[in-house]
Ligand binder design. Structure first.
Ligand code: HEM
Length: 206
């Protein structure tokens, strides 16, 4: 059950998103230590990860369509800075509050959750491929696990902030109390679900 949270408080919002995650799936202190121990190796991946990231998003019309003409160098710089700050840490409340804010930055630019999840996975896969080729197997596995929990946690925070920002905007526009809007949302989604069950011929498993 999600705790109600002020969608304008990035620190609270990031904390709530993290609390939704079962502990073994969350980024944790040991992961910070594993990432720090491999800091030099991870910083060395910056160029290839950033280039690969932008080649991938620019090669696909839906993601390429997000960007304005001539924006690529600035975006590459942003991602490089993000990577350095991420590897160097600390990945504390302030860091995750920043990630919640990054969620809002993306909403405004039309970056969808599927785009975000796909590219977050692209990054952890990039680290995994490089680690498997360069580090002893056990170390590669430890590092890959830590980075995966980190990207999963970032995605959770970004998506939560994205959802709550949109919900907040609807509250503002509709001028309705959140509890009523939630009830109406659940009613509408139940109707859509019934349509989907009928269309797909998939009634509830009993
Ligand atoms: C794991 C995935 C991603 C990470 C970690 C990430 C990170 C960031 C960060 C740190 C910023 C700067 C925020 C600030 O101003 O402080 C940013 C901005 C931006 N990102 Fe992403 N991003 C991701 C995915 C994407 C994707 C998939 C797209 C588009 C397809 C995208 C498009 C943009 C754009 C257009 C901006 C500039 C927004 C503005 O200032 O107008 N990002 N991103």
């Amino acid at each position: 059950m999600t705790t109600p949270v002020d969608s304008r408080d990035m620190t609270a919002l990031a904390r709530t998103a993290r609390e939704e995650m079962p502990p073994e799936t969350q980024f944790r202190a040991e992961d910070e230590a594993v990432i720090a121990a491999h800091g030099e190796f991870l910083l060395g991946l910056e160029h290839d990860l950033v280039q690969g990231f932008y080649e991938t998003v620019y090669a696909h019309p839906n993601t390429a369509g997000v960007f304005a003409d001539g924006e690529r160098p600035a975006r590459e710089r942003t991602l490089s800075e993000w990577w350095r700050r991420t590897v160097e840490g600390p990945k504390d409340d302030d860091y995750f509050a920043w990630m919640a804010m990054v969620g809002l930055v993306h909403v405004v630019r039309g970056v969808s959750n599927p785009m975000m999840i796909a590219m977050s996975q692209y990054l952890d896969r990039g680290v995994e491929d490089a680690a498997v080729g360069a580090l002893p197997a056990e170390e590669a596995q430890r590092l890959t696990g830590a980075v995966r929990r980190l990207t999963a946690t970032i995605s959770a925070v970004v998506i939560h902030s994205y959802d709550l920002a949109i919900e907040h905007a609807l509250y503002e526009v509709a001028g309705m109390p959140p509890a009523l809007l939630h009830r109406l949302r659940d009613q509408e989604v139940s109707t859509s679900l019934q349509h989907a069950r009928d269309a797909l011929g998939r009634q509830r498993f009993e």
